[in-house]
Design a protein around this ligand. Structure first.
Ligand SMILES: Nc1ncnc2c1ncn2[C@@H]1O[C@H](COP(=O)(O)OP(=O)(O)OP(=O)(O)O)[C@@H](O)[C@H]1O
Length: 267
């Protein structure tokens, strides 16, 4: 367990609340993630998925337990040296910078030479299908196009670990399908590790090598499941469809149990 690329070791997180007991969010996650995994993380709204990504990214501290990345403990004060890219649910673009300059910004912060920056910006905007929109400003693009710029920005730094928080949820299904294929291609070519938060069970089954289903708050791992179907996968593949149905059933059972527990505790 301690050898894995990313280790969540009895990870707990709670937030203080005025006049109330702390809000218990993560309640002892124990997970070891192998290098090169494409791990999707599913769970009910508010169970702490974004909180978990923030802790792994060193933007927030665990209340107890630890995150270790490539053997180094990650906190807000200590970084592992692993290059982390992030793609959020919201595009979070700078409206006053062109598409090109938004994607270039983190590359400039990394101190890359100008020609390398120009190359990467072009390459990753092409990958997300926005090569012709480099000179546009975010407000001249649709929401889905802005999300694709954000994806290009996250990928362009060529991270060792990509943390993706529902990156396709704002896209129409056809654009999302194309981008998922690209996403798998990039993951396959680079061999990097990806943690992928989604509410979409079909998407998780289609993309990932492993799925983690997390319970309602205070959250624990409910299901940790390998997805063994070979790539390339087809969204309508029978094996994937069966797996989707079975995970959906498990997910609903988990929600029912949580509902019963709530009724039990108030009744
Ligand atoms: N900085 C913070 N301070 C206080 N509470 C917080 C903070 N960040 C998150 N929370 C609370 O922690 C819980 C988990 O939030 P989080 O955003 O991690 O959930 P999530 O699983 O990503 O939700 P969703 O699926 O709806 O995006 C929520 O109840 C939220 O209100």
């Amino acid at each position: 367990m301690t050898d894995a690329y990313l280790v969540l070791d009895r990870l707990k997180k709670s937030y203080p609340r005025a006049g109330q007991p702390p809000l218990q969010v993560l309640n002892g996650l124990d997970v070891a993630v192998e290098e090169g995994a494409l791990l999707s993380i599913l769970g009910p709204s508010g169970c702490g998925k974004s909180t978990l990504l923030n802790i792994i990214n060193g933007l927030d501290d665990a209340t107890s337990g630890a995150v270790r990345l490539a053997g180094t403990e990650v906190t807000t004060k200590t970084r592992s040296g692993v290059k982390i890219g992030v793609v959020f649910q919201q595009p979070r673009l700078l409206d006053w910078r062109s598409v090109r300059d938004n994607v270039a910004l983190p590359l400039q912060e990394m101190g890359l030479p100008a020609d390398e920056i120009a190359d990467r910006v072009r390459r990753y905007l092409d990958i997300v299908g926005l090569g012709e929109f480099a000179g546009y400003y975010p407000l001249q693009l649709s929401g889905g196009m802005q999300q694709r710029v954000s994806l290009a920005r996250g990928l362009a730094i060529e991270p060792d670990l990509l943390l993706a928080d529902e990156p396709f949820s704002a896209l129409d299904e056809i654009s999302a399908r194309k981008l998922r294929q690209e996403f798998i291609r990039i993951w396959d070519e680079t061999g990097k590790t990806i943690l992928f938060v989604t509410h979409n069970i079909r998407e998780a089954v289609f993309l990932s090598t492993r799925m983690l289903v997390i319970t309602n708050r205070p959250s624990q791992v409910y299901l940790d499941l390998p997805v063994e179907a070979p790539y390339p996968r087809h969204p309508e593949d029978d094996v994937l469809f069966e797996l989707e149905k079975s995970v959906t059933r498990d997910f609903m059972r988990m929600e029912d149990q949580a509902g019963l527990a709530r009724v039990g505790s108030t009744g």
